[in-house]
Design a protein around this ligand. Structure first.
Ligand SMILES: [Fe+2]
Length: 402
C-alpha cells in the first residue's frame, strides 16, 4: 500500500475544491471579529494579517544540545517539588506522563525551571492544573518560554496578535453541522506529530496553555517513542538506526495557500533527520517518527520507503500500551500541558464536535531544541519506566498521589 504524506491528498482537485469551500469549523477571515466577541480571551485569538507575510525567520539553535536546561536539573526535583508543599501528582502510566496540582509554574525559580526541564525529559509529559499562566499576559508567556531556549515562529499557523511566537489553536463549540462536515470524508481526524519536526532545529518543549476547554473531550493523546523503539527487535533497531527520513511542511503550506492564510515565513522545507535520535540529556534513544510531517525515507525506492513508513505508522499508533491521554477538563481547570517533542508524538482528539460544549482555545509556546542526532555509542535502556535514580515515577516524596 502506498504511503500518503499528511495533507498530500490536496493535490487531488476534488479534495482541493472541498478544502477551499470548508471553513475551519466556522473560523473564516470574515468571522474573526464576530468570534472574538464570544470568547473569554480574545487577545489570544488568531489573526490573518497579510502585512506579516514573509517578515520572519527562525534562529538556528546550534548549541541546543549543550545548552539544554535539563543538564542543570536536580534528579530529585527538589526545586520543582519543594519539601512540605501540598503538591499532588498522579502518573498517567508507569512509563510516562504525570498530572500535577499544587505548583504554580509562573512562580518557579530558575532552579525550579531546570528541574522542570529534566522532569519533562524523564516523564515526557506533565499536565499542570490550576495555573495562572493565561492571565499573566503574552510578554510573561514568552519570557517563561525563552528561559528554555529560543522560541519558534510558525510559518503559517494562527498566532496571537503582535505575538507570532504564541501559536493559537481554536475550535468553536460543537454542533450537528460541524460534525457532519468534519466526518463527511473521513472516519477520524487524528494527526500524529512531533511539533514542527520539519524544522532543521525542531522543538524540544511545548507548553500548551488552555484558555477555554470543553469539560470533557478535546483531549490531547500522546505516544512514547522511546518505548516504541525499545519494543523492536535488535535487528530492526539496528537497521532503523541507519535510516534518514525527510520531514516537510510543504503540504501544510499548500493547505494554507488553499485557505488563503498568509505565510509569516515563506519556505518549503525538506529536512533530513535520523529515524532514531538520541536525547541530549538522558542519552535515551527514540524513534523520531513524526507521521504528520514525514514524506519519505531518504535513498530508498518508493515501495521500500512506503513499506517502512506504513509499518512504523501501524507500530506506533496502534498500540494503546504506549499511549496516554492528557485531559484539559474544562476552562476552570486552568490546565497547562507541557511535553518533550523529542520522544513523544501527539494528536488532538475531535470527539466533542457533535456536542454543544465550550470552545477549545489554546496558545502554545514552542521551544527550539537541538538538531536531531543519533549517538551510536550510547545504548538505550528502559530506565525511564522506574528509573534507577528513583525520580522517574513522578511521585514526589512530599506529595501523595491522587
Ligand atoms: Fe502539536
Amino acid at each position: 500500500m502506498s504511503y500518503k504524506p499528511s495533507f498530500s491528498d490536496l493535490f487531488d482537485p476534488l479534495v482541493a475544491e472541498k478544502v477551499k469551500k470548508s471553513d475551519f469549523g466556522g473560523l473564516k477571515p470574515e468571522n474573526i471579529e464576530e468570534i472574538k466577541k464570544t470568547i473569554k480571551y480574545p487577545e489570544y485569538f488568531g489573526t490573518l494579517d497579510f502585512n506579516e507575510q514573509g517578515k520572519y525567520s527562525n534562529v538556528k539553535n546550534v548549541d541546543g544540545a549543550k545548552n539544554d536546561k535539563g543538564h542543570l536539573g536536580d534528579a530529585s526535583f527538589k526545586n520543582l517539588f519543594p519539601q512540605n508543599s501540598k503538591v499532588k501528582t498522579f502518573d498517567l502510566s508507569p512509563n510516562f506522563g504525570t498530572e500535577i496540582d499544587g505548583i504554580q509554574l509562573s512562580e518557579l525559580s530558575d532552579e525550579g525551571k531546570n528541574d522542570l526541564a529534566l522532569f519533562l525529559e524523564t516523564r515526557g509529559l506533565a499536565v499542570f492544573r490550576n495555573q495562572d499562566f493565561r492571565d499573566k499576559g503574552a510578554d510573561f508567556a514568552k519570557q517563561f518560554g525563552e528561559y528554555f531556549g529560543p522560541l519558534h515562529i510558525h510559518p503559517t499557523s494562527f498566532s496571537a496578535e503582535n505575538h507570532p511566537e504564541l501559536l493559537v489553536t481554536f475550535r468553536p463549540e460543537g454542533g450537528e453541522e460541524r460534525y457532519a462536515a468534519q466526518f463527511a470524508g473521513a472516519t477520524n481526524t487524528a494527526n500524529w506529530h512531533s511539533d514542527i519536526s520539519f524544522e532543521e532545529y525542531p522543538a524540544s518543549f511545548s507548553f500548551f496553555v488552555a484558555l477555554e476547554a470543553p469539560p470533557s473531550g478535546g483531549d490531547t493523546v500522546f505516544i512514547d517513542l522511546r518505548e516504541a523503539y525499545n519494543r523492536l527487535s535488535p535487528q530492526l533497531q539496528q537497521f532503523f538506526e541507519t535510516l534518514t527520513v525527510i520531514h516537510t511542511n510543504y503540504y501544510i503550506n499548500e493547505f494554507a495557500k488553499l485557505k488563503n492564510v498568509p505565510a509569516r515565513i515563506k519556505a518549503d522545507y525538506f529536512t533530513e533527520h535520523p529515524l532514531v535520535r538520541t536525547h541530549p540529556v538522558t542519552g535515551e534513544k527514540a524513534l523520531f517518527f513524526s507521521r504528520g510531517f514525514i514524506q519519505r525515507v531518504k535513498g530508498l525506492k518508493p515501495t521500500e520507503s512506503d513499506a517502512i513508513l506504513n509499518f512504523l505508522e501501524s507500530h506506533v499508533t496502534n498500540n494503546p500500551e504506549i499511549q496516554v491521554r492528557a485531559t484539559h477538563k474544562g476552562t476552570d481547570a486552568r490546565t497547562v500541558i507541557a511535553w518533550d517533542n523529542r520522544f513523544l508524538l501527539h494528536s488532538a482528539i475531535a470527539d466533542f464536535l457533535q456536542h454543544k460544549t465550550s470552545a477549545r482555545h489554546h496558545y502554545r509556546i514552542t521551544v527550539l531544541g537541538e538538531k536531531p542526532y543519533l549517538d551510536t555509542e550510547k545504548t538505550s535502556s528502559n530506565g525511564h519506566s522506574n528509573g534507577s535514580n528513583g525520580h522517574s515515577n513522578g511521585n514526589s516524596s512530599n506529595g501523595g498521589s491522587t
